[in-house]
Write a protein that binds this ligand. Structure first.
Ligand code: TYD
Ligand code: MG
Length: 472
């Protein structure tokens, strides 16, 4: 009989898929050349739980939900309001928060600033695996982070980190970054899926057991996932992404998974010479540099969570030198542009077959909601016809394949914000208008209904063609 004794296993460095033999392409995520041979010690550890934190099983009895104490009350603030709002109102004890982002975007800066304010009330241990403590201190001096209860150690070995934790006994632990942390038990290099998974697992265990909250910093791959992606994202309670265009100073913190709050909220920051500053009233920040009287620009109120933001959409339509004309989008989905161009062509009769179409959302913000469709369609049409849109008018509505303008959510929020920022008119879906004005057939002022002082003229439209006739 052949004795099966496997010592090594091949692990996909992209998704963590494991195979007993080498494969050129991962059958799970279809990445080529991503399987790396590793010591097969991870599974046994997984089963037993990491040595230091073996949890003895206790039999649990079901309890009435009314008798269970809510963890909501125990949240503690990071000292940064925008950060708190993204994680759902503060840090829950024992939770693990993963923060991903491109290198140099400001993750270490954000966490060091948060550490400092958290250290005013609690004990904080900042583990910096990427920089020396001298470098971190230099940065801390610049940021003015000097709290007595903020402890810093430069360490990458997990067992040594755990020793430090025992010494300091912190309420908050920051690990910068999870990709440089390793455990001797595994032969694979730091940053590999098995190291990231094992270290993540042990730290999560520790957080749940001790009630210490952990912030893990993670780098993103060129596809935009946190390296060692799914394994970590499944394990932790909250996944945040810190994004922004490097050459711009605006940074956005976004929750993509949150067991303790909604994932809709975003936090907005500005990178300055003195670190990150919160932008607490951001709705006008994206439209500050908007040119007036030029074709191909429109302002659209979009919603990020419960917060309305006014953004500027720009479009450029230019004669194409390619056999297949180009469609390019920044800040919105590329396919959306193709679709909207196709609807404009078929339902309105604008010709795009020999034109490239470029669409951009100013300020480096990314928008996924379809409520900006009408704005995108009008900017494209505006540049195509070289007719500017009314710069006092905001535009909102989803565009269907039939060229119909569909209703959007929370329109009152968007209208109020537009009125507050001094816009005078709003092009809105007819379907929403019915609800807003309660069946009146004339243009109504939002000021009358929602208690906003400056009135906003509402222009309802039901078809794209109609919208074009109104604006041009
Ligand atoms: P950092 O937090 O090191 O990024 P990450 O940890 O995500 O890799 O931020 C580095 C960038 O931030 C760097 O390009 C310089 C800039 N920065 C400032 O502009 N002002 C500051 O006060 C600090 C600390 C950094
Ligand atoms: Mg860093």
């Amino acid at each position: 009989m052949v004795k099966l004794k496997e010592k090594t296993i091949f692990t996909c460095q992209n998704c963590g898929y494991q195979s007993l033999k080498w494969l050129g392409r991962c059958p799970d995520c279809n990445t080529w050349n991503s399987l790396v041979e590793e010591l097969n010690s991870a599974p046994s550890l997984t089963k037993a739980g990491p040595d230091n934190f073996r949890i003895t099983h206790q039999k649990e009895t079901p309890q009435p939900i009314s008798a269970i104490e809510s963890i909501q009350e125990k949240r503690s603030s990071t000292g940064i309001h925008e950060f708190d709002r993204v994680i759902g109102g503060g840090v829950v004890p024992g939770s693990v928060i993963l923060i991903g982002g491109d290198p140099g975007i400001g993750k270490s800066t954000l966490l060091l600033q948060a550490s400092d304010s958290m250290a005013e009330q609690k004990r904080v241990l900042y583990v910096t695996g990427e920089e020396s403590i001298g470098q971190t201190k230099m940065r801390a001096d610049r940021l003015g982070s000097i709290s007595k209860n903020l402890f810093i150690v430069s360490e990458t070995n997990l067992d040594s980190i755990i020793d430090c934790i025992k010494k300091v006994n912190p309420d908050f632990l920051i690990v910068d970054s999870i990709q440089v942390i390793y455990k001797d038990a595994l032969s694979s290099s730091p940053g590999s899926v098995s190291q990231v998974r094992l270290c993540g697992q042990e730290l999560t265990f520790l957080a749940k057991k001790s009630g210490m909250a952990i912030f893990l910093i993670g780098h993103v791959t060129k596809e935009g996932n946190i390296a060692g992606p799914r394994v970590l994202e499944h394990m932790v309670d909250t996944v945040l992404y810190f994004e922004g265009e490097k050459h711009l100073s605006l940074r956005i913190l976004r929750a993509v998974k949150n067991r303790f709050g909604s994932t809709n909220e975003i936090g907005i920051f500005e990178m300055t010479g003195m670190g990150l500053k919160e932008v607490s009233n951001p709705s006008g920040i994206f439209i500050e540099e908007r040119p007036k009287g030029i074709s191909g620009f429109a302002v659209v109120p979009t919603l990020e969570g419960t917060r309305p933001l006014l953004v500027e959409i720009q479009a450029l339509v230019s004669p194409s030198n390619f056999t297949i004309p180009k469609r390019e989008a920044r800040g919105i989905d590329y396919n959306r542009i193709s679709l909207i161009a196709a609807v404009l062509e078929r339902r309105v009769g604008l010709e795009f077959a020999r034109f490239d179409v470029y669409v951009n959302v100013a300020g480096g913000i990314k928008i996924v909601e379809p409520a900006i469709d009408l704005g995108v369609a009008l900017t494209i049409a505006s540049n195509h016809r070289d007719l500017p849109l009314d710069s006092d008018c905001v535009v909102m509505g989803e565009v269907g394949l039939g060229g119909e303008i569909r209703a959007i959510s929370q329109i009152e929020n968007r209208l109020k914000e537009s009125a507050r920022l001094g816009f005078k008119r709003a092009l809105i879906p007819k379907a929403n208008w019915g609800h807003l004005v309660g069946g009146h057939s004339t243009h109504e002022s939002i000021g009358k209904m929602s208690g906003v002082s400056s009135p906003l003229e509402l222009i309802p439209v039901s078809f794209l063609k109609e919208a074009l006739d109104v604006v041009f």
